[in-house]
Design a protein around this ligand. Structure first.
Ligand code: PMP
Length: 422
């Protein structure tokens, strides 16, 4: 497959530089910024730009108004519908009344509320971990954890499909950074074989569910290789929290490798329906990790209403099996319907998935035609995708009904036929 031909070169810039000393790029900084902006204008012209779409109103986890039209959302991360759960809204309202709407400082200045500590204890208990550290976003969690642990002279091996927050954290650390082939323990073993850096100075970073294709990480294989070399293992469960594993703790729980994972990172912005992130660990040496992480030290903490709603959402995830059951039933239905149309998803059913498009122009046309018919999905392109792929990414929610899924499938069927995609 080569669908990279119509992508602006700026989007294909390698994410992990091959060496630390790279020659100065052509063009001034401002000229480069201008060219980058122009590439997006070329992309959408005066039509709707997928990167700056405005959602005019949101009325439920899966209903919005876009361009004046009622629109079904199949491209958010509200997997369990928690953003509209009455218990969470009530908790946020009560906390806003009682404590105000903002934290106004970092955790180490004046923003470390007792609510933050309660949430951390509850997240730690949920994961069966000794310690949990709450950050202001999932991005900052990865940035803080990885960049504070690794430094020059260390090595980081990361899966080729890892999220931008992990890639940026690796860059920031100053460590030697190498990507292994996606979900390939043998390629990770090759990196260890070729590395002169001891395992104890190496971090392996993977995800439970990779949101690019929606596939599940081979944590058993990868953690096995990493631990045989004595490396530290970090697993980002952003897209798995609440949906995978007997207790909803993620793919590490599902595959029985939690004891070998040194740090789990997660986010409150997806199944938890809010904003925020956390790191959970059982390693006594990592108890003070929060004070090593600059994105913990030097940014404002989560506002009290968000913390209160997160506590409620974590409690619901742990105690209410219904949303999770709905999510999986919906994921299976949507996946089967897509296969029927001939739009083969990149991975088996899951909360998030994607379909390969032929180039950016084709992907844009498909995305826009679906939106015009009231179905919102995501258009993914580099640098969010590997190897220049253009993907139509969809997500499923516990809040979708059979009727919503049938409506979406009917639209996607029509669009596929009109554009001769399937
Ligand atoms: N990790 C992964 C795997 C993600 O997909 C994302 C968000 N897309 C993040 C981290 C960042 O999470 P947040 O939105 O909470 O910053």
């Amino acid at each position: 497959m080569n669908n990279a031909v119509d992508l602006p070169p700026e989007l294909l810039r390698p994410l992990v530089a091959a060496g630390r000393q790279t020659p100065a790029p052509a063009g001034s900084i401002l000229a480069r910024a201008e060219a980058f902006g122009a590439s997006f204008e070329r992309l959408a012209g005066d039509r709707v730009n997928p990167l700056s779409l405005v959602i005019e109103d949101v009325v439920s986890p899966v209903h919005a108004v876009v361009g004046g039209r009622p629109t079904l959302l199949f491209g958010t991360n509200s997997y369990l519908g928690m953003n509209f759960r009455p218990e969470c809204i009530r908790a946020a309202q009560a906390a806003a009344q009682r404590y105000g709407v903002g934290s106004t400082a970092s955790r180490v200045a004046a923003g470390n509320h007792a609510l933050h500590r309660s949430l951390e204890k509850e997240v730690a208990a949920f994961h069966g971990a000794a310690e949990a550290i709450v950050f202001s976003t999932g991005f900052m969690t990865n940035l803080g954890v990885i960049s504070s642990l690794a430094r020059e002279g260390d090595a980081i091996f990361l899966d080729a499909h890892c999220h931008a927050s992990i890639i940026d954290a690796c860059r920031l650390s100053g460590a030697h950074v190498f990507q292994f082939r996606h979900n390939d323990p043998a390629d990770l073993a090759r990196l260890f074989a070729e590395s002169s850096i001891p395992g104890a100075n190496t971090i392996v970073v993977v995800e439970g569910v990779y949101s690019v294709w929606g596939d599940v990480g081979d944590l058993k294989g990868i953690v096995g290789v990493a631990k045989s070399h004595g490396a530290i293992v970090i697993v980002d469960e952003a897209h798995a929290l609440g949906m995978y594993g007997r207790n909803g703790r993620g793919v590490a729980e599902l595959q029985g490798v939690e004891a070998d994972v040194d740090i789990i990172t997660g986010t409150f912005s997806k199944s938890v329906g809010l904003i925020g992130g956390y790191a959970a660990t059982n390693r006594p040496q990592l108890r003070q990790l929060r004070f090593m992480a600059r994105p913990y030290l030097f940014t404002a903490s989560l506002p009290p209403p968000i913390v209160a709603a997160a506590r409620e959402a974590v409690r619901l995830i742990a105690t209410d099996p219904q949303p999770r059951a709905m999510l999986w039933a919906n994921a299976a239905k949507l996946h089967a319907g897509l296969c029927d149309i001939g739009l083969t998803p990149c991975a088996p059913p899951g909360p998030v998935g994607s379909i390969r498009m032929q180039g950016l122009a084709g992907g844009y046309q498909f995305w826009k035609a679906a939106l015009d018919r009231g179905i919102y999905v995501n258009l993914l392109m580099p640098p969010a995708t590997p190897a220049g792929e253009v993907l139509l990414r969809y997500s499923v929610s516990a809040a979708h009904t059979d009727e919503h899924i049938e409506t979406a499938l009917a639209v996607l069927r029509d669009v596929s036929a009109a554009l001769k995609v399937a």
